[in-house]
Every structure is written in structure tokens, then in C-alpha cells.
Design a protein around this ligand. Structure first.
Ligand code: HEC
Ligand code: HEC
Length: 247
């Protein structure tokens, strides 16, 4: 793109070279360039496709985390949390920091455009009507033993009793949630976000609808915290290395 703005410059250089020499250095964008500098891009579709779509999917779905286009997720997380995560990233995962103050490439204004654009494009303010949503983040550590029981009640029918996989009501096959290699790529909050918001495009409901039938009720915040603690208890210090190191 910069190259195209150089064409007039190079042409004028050629024309004026014989007379006066060239005073405009090739490779240096001209001051009146109509191509915006990276920090000047302020529209949501461009910022999203340039910075986020490669990992989070072109439409905010089928990505490496909870779908950013999930309206339940957007409503429970809220603008402030989404803005903070986008700015500082999620340490220990592939989610990089984007704020310049954290070594990223985006201005605070661009991060605000992204955050508001996600809500405006994919959000639905009415989606939580009539429900008492759990907190986005858990305030205290969970109890893995309780979490195993809650997993059996709410999750096992689609993910298998031992969480190594099963299939959903719609036939979609689910992968293992306790494989150390999987757990190495996702944070506890990443697990919690998926339990709260679900993966509706693949057949996983949100926290209100994990149970079906006459006993159906939403999960409590504590149950979500405990299930995350049980899944996280399968984390390995050496993921991808199933064999003990030689002493
Ligand atoms: C009605 C079926 C259903 C229920 C109930 C359900 N899930 Fe899922 N879940 C799915 C499907 C389908 C997927 C997408 C396929 C996959 O990723 O394995 C999924 C994906 C996930 C993922 C993302 C996996 C990945 O590969 O990134 C997590 C984490 C998860 N579920 C956890 C849970 C937990 C914990 C519960 C219980 C609190 C639960 N699910 C309840 C069907 C369900
Ligand atoms: C290199 C891959 C990558 C890129 C690029 C990327 N993300 Fe992420 N993002 C991830 C992963 C992986 C996670 C899940 C982290 C975890 O497990 O908590 C994540 C998590 C998130 C979350 C938090 C989800 C939650 O659970 O609350 C938000 C918000 C987010 N990303 C926004 C963005 C935005 C906005 C952009 C573009 C400016 C972006 N990401 C670019 C990989 C990426």
C-alpha cells in the first residue's frame, strides 16, 4: 500500500532528476499520504480482521477461545473486562497483549473501538433478561471434589463421565477436557467463560441450560468455580511429556 503512494513520487523524481535532482527519498512515505498509518485505523471491521480474526475467526466464531460473537459471553464479561484482556492479554496462553503500554501495537482508542464494536456488532442487551448471571471471574478458589460431582450432573452427558470426550445431543463429538495438552493452552478463566457462555454454534448451551428435563436449573456461580477447579486439577507441570524425566 505504501508502495503505491511512492509511484507519483518516483515519477516526479524521474522527471525532475535531470533538472534539479530528487529531494524526496524513496522508501519514505510522503507527508500527504492518503494511506492511514496503523495507529489511525479506527473502524471496527478493519481492526478486528487485521488483529483478531486469525485466532478468533472471521465472524468471531470457531476460534481459539470462547466465541467473541457469543452474546451471553459479551453481556456477562462486560466492556471493562473485554477491554482489559485485549490490552494486557492472557499470560501463559496464545492471547497476546495489544496495548502499547504492554508492548502491543494498538492505541487505547483502537482498543476501545474494538471492544465497543464487538458489543455493537455481536451483542444483545436483552440476552440476560430474567436471569441472575454468575460473575465473569471467580472471587475464590473452587473445590475440585465438589466440581467432579457438578461435572457429573451438568457436563457428563456431552463430555463423558471422566471428561475425556463424548457427544452432544446434536451428535457433535466433544474432545477431552482433561488432556494436559489441551489444558496447557487455556486459562482457568478461559474454561469459566466457556461454561458460562457455552458454544451455541456447536451445540453447547450457556450456564442456564446444561441440565435438561424436569430437573433443569441454571448452574450456580459456586458450581462453575468448582467445575473449573476440578478440570484444572488435571493440569500437568510437563504437558506433552507423558513420561517421567530420568532422575
Ligand atoms: C448439551 C451438550 C453439552 C453440555 C451439557 C456441555 N457441553 Fe461443553 N461442549 C459441547 C460441545 C458440542 C462442544 C464443542 C465441541 C468441543 O469443543 O469438544 C463443547 C465445548 C466445550 C469446551 C471447549 C472445548 C474446546 O475444545 O475448546 C469446554 C471447556 C466445555 N465444553 C466445557 C463444558 C463443561 C465444563 C460443561 C458442564 C458445566 C459443559 N461443557 C456442558 C457440548 C456440551
Ligand atoms: C495469536 C492468537 C490470538 C490473537 C491474535 C488474539 N487472540 Fe484473543 N485470545 C486468544 C486465546 C488463545 C484466548 C484464550 C485465553 C485463555 O485461555 O484465557 C484469547 C482470549 C481472548 C479474550 C478473553 C476471552 C475470555 O475468556 O474472557 C478476549 C476478550 C480476546 N481474546 C480478545 C481479542 C481481541 C479483541 C483480539 C484482537 C485485537 C485478539 N483477542 C487477538 C488468542 C488470540
Amino acid at each position: 500500500m505504501r508502495l503505491r503512494s511512492l509511484i507519483p513520487c518516483l515519477l516526479s523524481c524521474v522527471l525532475t532528476l535531470a533538472i534539479a535532482g530528487c529531494n524526496s527519498a524513496p522508501g519514505r512515505p510522503s507527508a500527504d499520504s492518503t494511506v492511514p498509518r496503523p495507529g489511525q485505523v479506527l473502524d471496527f471491521p478493519t481492526l478486528y480482521s487485521q488483529n483478531c480474526a486469525s485466532c478468533h475467526g472471521v465472524d468471531g466464531r470457531y476460534g481459539a477461545a470462547i466465541s467473541l460473537a457469543n452474546p451471553v459471553y459479551l453481556a456477562v464479561a462486560g466492556v471493562a473486562n473485554i477491554e482489559r484482556v485485549t490490552a494486557i492479554g492472557v499470560p501463559g496462553t496464545a492471547m497476546p497483549p495489544f496495548a502499547r503500554s504492554s508492548g502491543g501495537m494498538l492505541t487505547d482508542r483502537q482498543i476501545a473501538v474494538l471492544t465497543q464494536g464487538m458489543s455493537a456488532t455481536w451483542g444483545n442487551p436483552a440476552v440476560l433478561a430474567g436471569s441472575a448471571p454468575p460473575a465473569y471471574a471467580s472471587a475464590a478458589p473452587g473445590d475440585p471434589a465438589q466440581g467432579q460431582k457438578a461435572f457429573a450432573l451438568f457436563c457428563a452427558r456431552c463430555h463423558g463421565a471422566d471428561a475425556t470426550g463424548g457427544h452432544a445431543d446434536n451428535g457433535v463429538v466433544t474432545g477431552s477436557l482433561v488432556d494436559p495438552a489441551y489444558l496447557a493452552l487455556i486459562s482457568d478463566q478461559g474454561l469459566r467463560s466457556i461454561i458460562i457462555g457455552g458454544q451455541p454454534e456447536q451445540g453447547m448451551p450457556d450456564w442456564r441450560n446444561h441440565l435438561s428435563g424436569s430437573a433443569a436449573r441454571p448452574m450456580t456461580g459456586q458450581e462453575i468455580t468448582d467445575v473449573v477447579a476440578w478440570l484444572a486439577s488435571h493440569r500437568s507441570a510437563t504437558p506433552g511429556q507423558p513420561y517421567r524425566q530420568q532422575p
